[in-house]
Design a protein around this ligand. Structure first.
Ligand code: GLC
Length: 654
């Protein structure tokens, strides 16, 4: 510990008795003792990261006390029902690790129009085994273009087209009564330019001084832009936008990593952190249990870097997590960090030393590797890349997913590609060609997103069903290809439901919904083809879900089965490692899991359009593995399991 940090601790110790007396006053003996105990437990995880970020310029003991008092006010205002949930979760810290946890992701409007209609669809979710519902951005966005709701102008109001904050609370309560958790986005890197903070900053309100970042000329922006890759190169190149009213009206280049109307917050100012903390806690008290921390890698800016994953970003997340836990221990953070595999694991707290940070993180690498494997019809790159990832801390989990609302960016590192003897750039270009349907034998019907003519990079849009070949085969009336497409979709979900962590089902995949082109008719959406894979729920198609003769019935039935079987397999609980296996056929992605109280689980997935053979001898020593769920009848000859094209098996010890 540095001399400076030691001084912070001493200063803190002087403040603590008065603070604790106030805690007991405000919360009473029982709640106050719980709060004080939590504070003791997390104190190091507050003081040290705050000191690391702000120690040079701020009185850290004072900052920490201000932050803790914000948490205290939120704890005092926390509704009784949520305090009971806190009690349960403090006893059952691993609640989000259980195999019963299974997510569903949808846009409120596209799923059921309004929040008030959501409770009547909970039975539909329950049929799929859902215990976690992520409602896509629903806080008050700016008018007009809003990046799918990721340009928030008020964190304490719901988009009036969807309903009211009261409706959101009712949804949270309805979900909770069915043992389901509500997840929403916290857009913490930026606000809409129309947000009260941004407007206050523009007009020189001292309360919002330094809330955003602006430069009078291009010198510094050019220096940053030289090393920061643009997120939206085709329509929003660079990370800055000229704003006439900035810098007291003389004009300035405002930091806008994403679209010009999304202004990056200046986390170098500790008041920004405290303001965001206040918003998160307010939402926690409305009944949100899981916060999807949007675009976290971008929080801290540093010249000469790619602007991602800076150490201060991690410190900020650590401090926020500790503070939110302090007031609302029932909540968890999920990191949206779509970055290279070596940069991903630290968001779960795996640094040189463990530091509690986010509890969940998107397993972007698994998602990318699955699509890459389907295109190459070979799982070796996936086995290699997933196998070399660092383990995650035991108290954390992945969220696994096949498809989300964003484009797929090909996070295949050059090093991983080289281990196959491939050139990274060429492989990524092949994947773009393949999934945009421009490659010879491609079954996919995706589209390129954000093609960058300077670098040749691009990403992919399209629904799971479109990328799996279902759309193409239906259009061509090719029954055999449709069968393969369905098998591909089920195969992908068979992996993410059993890889460890919380699987997310993206709305519409359970019915194999195809690309939606209606976005082209809406001028606020037309230029962003990610809307093609954000379809409107097709309730007529959902009406066919119980008919196994239909496409919808088949896919829905499989997703139900995957969920139902998963719930009883303890080895699929998060918090333990997934180990990649070599079963003697590169077409097969194979992995094993184990939990201290369970036997072994092995998953097998043949990513190719031809049969594979699994040498069961290679699984010898892993225990008495029995078939639990598979795509086809079990066929074993002389110790070799035939795994038909695009087939899967889950095996587990009884
Ligand atoms: C996240 C969202 C994406 C959005 C961006 C900016 O990456 O998933 O949809 O464009 O953040 O908020």
């Amino acid at each position: 510990m540095s001399e400076r940090t030691r001084r912070v601790w001493t200063a803190w110790q002087e403040r603590q008795p008065r603070l604790i007396a106030d805690v007991l006053d405000a919360l009473g003996r029982s709640e106050g003792t719980a709060f004080g105990t939590r504070l003791n437990v997390c104190l190091a995880d507050l003081i040290e990261p705050l000191d690391a970020v702000y120690g040079g310029s701020t009185d850290i003991a004072d900052l920490c006390e201000r932050a803790v008092r914000i948490a205290l006010a939120a704890a005092g205002a926390r509704p009784e029902e949520l305090r009971l949930l806190d009690r349960r979760r403090e006893v059952d810290r691993d609640w989000f690790q259980r195999p019963r946890m299974q997510g569903y992701v949808c846009y409120t409007e596209r799923f059921c129009e309004k929040l008030a209609n959501l409770p009547e669809h909970i039975d539909y979710l329950a049929e799929l085994g859902v215990t976690y519902l992520h409602l896509m951005p629903l806080l008050q966005p700016r008018p007009g273009e809003n990046d799918g709701g990721y340009a928030v102008m008020d964190y304490r109001a719901v988009d009036s087209r969807l309903g009211t904050m009261h409706d959101l609370e009712e949804v949270a309560t309805a979900l909770r009564s069915r043992d389901m958790s509500l997840c929403i986005d916290v857009v913490l890197n930026h606000t809409a330019r129309e947000h009260r903070w941004a407007q206050g900053w523009l007009t020189g309100d001292p309360a919002y001084a330094d809330f955003y970042i602006a430069f009078p000329d291009r010198t510094i922006p050019d220096a940053f832009d030289a090393t920061i890759p643009p997120v939206f190169p085709d329509r929003a190149p660079g990370s800055f936008t000229w704003v006439d009213a900035a810098l007291g009206g003389t004009g300035g280049w405002v930091w806008t990593t994403f679209w010009p109307y999304q202004w990056d917050l200046n986390y170098a100012n500790p008041d920004v952190l405290l303001a965001m903390l206040g918003e998160i806690l307010w939402l926690a008290n409305r009944g949100v249990e899981i916060f999807r921390m949007d675009a976290v890698p971008f929080l801290w800016k540093r010249l000469g870097t790619n602007g991602l994953n800076q150490p201060e970003t991690h410190s900020l997340m650590q401090a926020l997590n500790g503070l939110v836990r302090l007031a609302a221990p029932a909540t968890v953070f999920k990191a949206e960090a779509i970055v290279a595999p070596e940069d991903l694991v630290p968001y779960l707290g795996a640094h040189d030393r463990y530091r509690p940070e986010c509890d969940l993180a998107y397993h972007n690498q698994l998602m990318v590797m699955l699509w890459s494997s389907l295109a190459t019809k070979d799982a070796e790159l996936a086995r290699h890349a997933l196998g070399r990832m660092d383990p995650i801390p035991p108290g954390t989990s992945w969220v696994t997913y096949v498809r989300g609302h964003d484009d797929i960016g090909w996070a295949v590192t050059d090093t991983d590609a080289a281990s196959m003897g491939w050139n990274g750039f060429s492989h990524r270009r092949f994947l773009n060609d393949f999934y945009s349907g421009r490659y010879g034998d491609s079954f996919a019907r995706g589209a390129l997103f954000q093609q960058n003519p300077l670098t040749g990079d691009a990403r992919i849009s399209g629904t799971t069903a479109a990328l799996c070949g279902i759309e193409d085969s239906l259009d061509r009336g090719d029954a055999a290809a449709l069968e393969q497409g369905v098998r591909r979709l089920v195969l992908l979900y068979s992996v993410i439901y059993a890889f460890g962590g919380v699987p997310l089902l993206y709305m519409g995949d359970e019915l194999a919904l195809r690309n939606d082109r209606t976005y082209l008719d809406d001028p606020a959406l037309a230029a962003d083809n990610r809307w093609m894979h954000r379809p409107w729920m097709d309730w007529a198609a959902a009406g066919r879900r119980h008919d196994p003769e239909t496409l919808e019935g088949r896919v829905f039935g499989w997703l139900q089965r995957l969920g139902a079987v998963r719930r009883d397999v303890l080895a699929l609980r998060g918090g333990t490692d997934t180990v990649l296996l070599d079963v003697g056929d590169n077409k097969v992605l194979a992995w094993r899991r184990r939990h201290p109280r369970s036997g072994t689980f092995v998953g097998l997935a043949n990513v190719a359009d031809t049969d594979a053979v699994v040498d069961l001898g290679r699984l010898a020593g892993l225990g008495d593995l029995q078939p639990v769920l598979g795509s086809d009848p079990m066929e074993v000859t002389d110790g070799r399991l035939r795994l038909p094209a695009l087939g899967f098996w889950w095996l587990a010890e009884p």
